[in-house]
Write a protein that binds this ligand. Sequence first.
Ligand code: ATP
Ligand code: MG
Length: 264
Amino acid sequence: MAPIIRVEHLRKVYRVGHEKVIALNDVNLAIEPGEVCCIVGPSGSGKSTLLNQLAGLEKPTKGHVFIGKHDISEMTENELAKFRQEHLGFIFQSYNLLPNLTAAENVALPLMFKGVGRKERIKLATQELKKMGLGKRAGHKPTEMSGGQQQRVGIARAFVAKPKVIFADEPTGNLDSQTTKQVLYRMLNMAKENGITFVMVTHERDLAAVADRVVTIKDGKVESDVVMDAEAKAAAMAEMFSEIMEQEAPAEPNTTVPLNSEKQ
Ligand SMILES: Nc1ncnc2c1ncn2[C@@H]1O[C@H](COP(=O)(O)OP(=O)(O)OP(=O)(O)O)[C@@H](O)[C@H]1O
Ligand SMILES: [Mg+2]
């Protein structure tokens, strides 16, 4: 299958006064449709910079980023804005929620850009919030929620319109370890159920164990790019999510056979 994201000779240089910071240096990468890809590496290695170039939030200094057939590095700002609205979702570490809107209204925004009517938008947004364990917070404004709750609202907003690709920069950075597991489990399920390609930056290596592909960045370069072994991944998922899977498993079917059933 043709990759959904293709990066060719990507370079990003920031200028700070007279200094040059080479944040990305000749990065080449391909991510397949439907893959969950984790980008890992030390602080300052260029992970967020790479994600921002992949998502079209910043222009590369050199090189190309293709999403599907589209070279997003060649698009104008207007073309990019439209493309992002139609095809991409983002989960920001700083949430980027609109303060005057409720959680449900924030989550519903991507649907508004798609022309979905208000009633339907709020219904779908509330369903998405429920999946994130926030059914009771749909009417709350961001200031009336904790950091972790706001982060989950941001996640619901990224998934609600089922974009082709979702980019996430440390999406569980502000959550405790138990909530991190639950939110990660939900995100993986939602991505897999909807065939969404999911690209996530994370500091925590153990989270990357459940990814299909792990790209390690060091000093602005790809140090390694590994497609995970299916068995190892299944084992990591079972270990990380066993408690949640047990809680969510459907109740045992009623296997009790009526005592007189054989005689009937
Ligand atoms: N807007 C900017 N202007 C100047 N330099 C920048 C800018 N953004 C990032 N950098 C520099 O580029 C390098 C890569 O930064 P980046 O934010 O991509 O790292 P990171 O891997 O995401 O780190 P962290 O894990 O701490 O979030 C760093 O040296 C950083 O100082
Ligand atoms: Mg970062």
